[in-house]
Design a protein. Structure first.
Length: 62
């Protein structure tokens, strides 16, 4: 048995739910990132300084 094709309204509602879910996920990820920034910024700076010093002490290759 084949299923009848979906209506335009059902397709639009499904798409709206998918967009809503994506927006909620992005909002949640942004909140987590905002909370983590006070830790991530110093860690990032430390890592970049460490890489710079390491490359300065070992200028050729890895």
């Amino acid at each position: 048995m084949t299923r009848p094709p979906r209506s335009w309204a059902a397709s639009i509602v499904g798409f709206c739910f998918a967009v809503l879910a994506a927006c909620l996920a992005l909002n949640w990820a942004a909140e987590l990132l905002r909370e983590a920034l006070p830790v991530l910024v110093p860690v990032g700076v430390t890592v970049l300084v460490g890489i710079g010093l390491w490359r300065w002490r070992h200028p050729r290759g890895w």
